[in-house]
Design a protein around this ligand. Structure first.
Ligand SMILES: [Zn+2]
Length: 66
């Protein structure tokens, strides 16, 4: 199997280590969550992107099942 979770950052092929749960309050109902996956290198980039738009977000560690 080669479908390990990968970072959501465009062009990044690194394995994801965190999951970002977020929503756009203008588009999504309060119980909707979008999910992005992030590698260590891009976690800050992706959370900054969302925080700059004042989107609610949560970050949780991505646990990979072997
Ligand atoms: Zn990445």
């Amino acid at each position: 199997m080669t479908d390990a979770p990968r970072c959501s950052r465009a062009g990044c092929r690194a394995p994801a280590t965190s999951r970002i749960l977020w929503r756009n309050p203008a588009l999504h109902a309060p119980d909707r969550r979008k999910t992005w996956l992030a590698c260590d290198k891009h976690l800050g980039f992706l959370t900054d992107f969302l925080a700059a738009r004042s989107f609610p977000l949560e970050v949780e560690p991505l646990t990979v099942q072997a």
